[in-house]
Ligand binder design. Structure first.
Ligand code: APR
Ligand code: PHB
Length: 389
């Protein structure tokens, strides 16, 4: 088999890139270790920056998102029995779109199928070869058969545990990591959201977040110790703890119900540099991870795709290599800003096990400053709705 761009991983990054390139006449094959249903079964965040929304439209997959997504012009921050609103619209003239990652992925699969895009599922033992030379190829097994794809470029969209990043020799890459001493216990329930916007809460008992998917599907999170398991939490215990961490008025209105999904996610900040090695490019979770506090994971993946897509178009359609040459530099410049924002928001809102009285006072002062200062609010809003590409 031969293609122009071989993409490893059919998560949102791989699908979006494949879809954008196909519309420009650039040929791709996507290799996925799992099945489509498996990928669609994963519950992830669902807050899209405006740049991502524009990219979905450019990929021709924006219609359902536009019709069914929820435009959020602000968010609530709660602490110390008080709450205030960050008004994205007034502060930045922008907003975010609440539309689940599962739905984004579903729309991308539908579009790839409608255009006859090549996605090979259940591939095993993917090996990326020759990317430091002119003639890369990818070898893998599928249904017991050994297969090979020759290509111009390989793009690693295979998430944090994929093979692409590890293909780059240790001596050629540097990794930066911070692991946080807590996780998020998340619950999905078929109940109306407690509020029409998100509530991020810093409570003495730990962080809590009230989010949503639609009018009858809510997503809630509470900070929990890393040694706990989802089964340690009955639904009743979860709701009780959530109520104790959010403003009283919201706790009184909270409608509870059975959880339809319950999981614990660890929090990590991670970046690998560079994001390109010869003819191999890394995108999304394969190259970087953020803690979910600023909702930047999917959005930062999308900005990588934006830079790589434009680099590929420049190369194939205009015979200009500048975009590909500078991909890593451009992507990383934005990645680090998203890392900073996610780290800052995480520090602002969580209780740390080793947090002393002074650290707590600093957090409360930071929150009080944010509540009172339009400049501080503008900074949060500007980052939350997404920095320009
Ligand atoms: N071979 C083929 N496919 C692989 C391999 C492999 N060796 N390893 C992983 N994959 C597949 C996974 O099964 C998965 O479907 O790559 C895909 C990677 O998808 P994601 O992990 O969702 O990563 P990405 O597409 O970059 O999505 C951006 O940002 O913060 C997150 O939640 C956000 O998942 C979202 C991500
Ligand atoms: C979610 O809805 O799952 C969600 C929203 C905002 C975040 C993280 C997760 O910051």
């Amino acid at each position: 088999m031969r293609t122009q761009v071989c993409i490893i991983g059919a998560g949102p990054s791989g699908l979006l890139l494949s879809q954008l390139l196909h519309r420009q006449g650039i040929d791709t094959i996507v290799l996925e270790r799992k099945t489509k249903d498996y990928v669609l079964g994963r519950i992830r965040a669902g807050v899209l920056e405006r740049g991502f929304v524009d990219l979905m439209h450019e990929a021709g997959v924006g219609d359902r998102m536009q019709a069914e997504g929820y435009v959020h012009d602000g968010t609530l921050i709660a602490y110390d029995n008080r709450q205030f609103r960050i008004d994205f619209r007034a502060l930045t003239d922008s907003s975010v779109m609440v539309y689940g990652q599962t739905e984004v992925t579903r729309d991308l699969y539908a579009a790839r199928e409608a255009m006859g895009g090549a996605i090979l599922y259940n591939v095993e033992d993917v090996q990326i070869q020759g990317v430091e030379w002119q003639t890369p190829f990818v070898e893998f097994h599928q249904a017991g058969q050994c297969k090979r794809i020759d290509c111009d470029y390989v793009v690693g969209c295979d998430g944090f545990h994929g093979v692409s990043r590890k293909t780059i020799p240790d001596a050629k890459r540097q990794e930066f990591e911070k692991v946080y001493p807590f996780g998020w216990l998340g619950v999905l329930s078929e109940t109306p959201p407690v509020h029409h916007e998100l509530i991020y809460a810093n409570s003495e008992r730990g962080f809590a977040l009230c989010s949503m998917r639609n009018e009858n599907l809510s997503r809630y999170y509470i900070q929990c110790p890393l040694d706990q398991k989802p089964d340690d939490w009955s639904d009743a215990a979860f709701w009780e703890e959530l109520k104790r961490r959010i403003p009283e008025e919201a706790a009184e209105r909270l409608i509870t119900g059975p959880s339809i999904e319950k999981s614990i996610a660890p929090l990590r900040s991670f970046v690998t540099e560079p994001m390109r090695w010869g003819r191999l490019f890394l995108c999304g979770d394969a190259a970087h991870i953020v803690p979910p506090t600023g909702a930047k994971g999917l959005n930062t993946a999308a900005s990588d795709i934006y830079y790589l897509y434009h680099g590929m178009v420049q190369h194939y359609l205009h015979k200009d290599g500048e975009g590909l040459e500078r991909y890593s530099e451009k992507a990383l410049a934005r990645v680090w800003k998203a890392e900073r924002f996610s780290w800052w928001m995480s520090n602002l809102l969580h209780q740390y096990p080793d947090q002393g009285a002074f650290d707590r006072k600093m957090q409360l002062a930071d929150l009080a400053y944010l509540e009172q200062s339009k400049v501080a609010q503008t900074s949060l809003a500007e980052n939350y709705v997404g920095l320009p590409y």
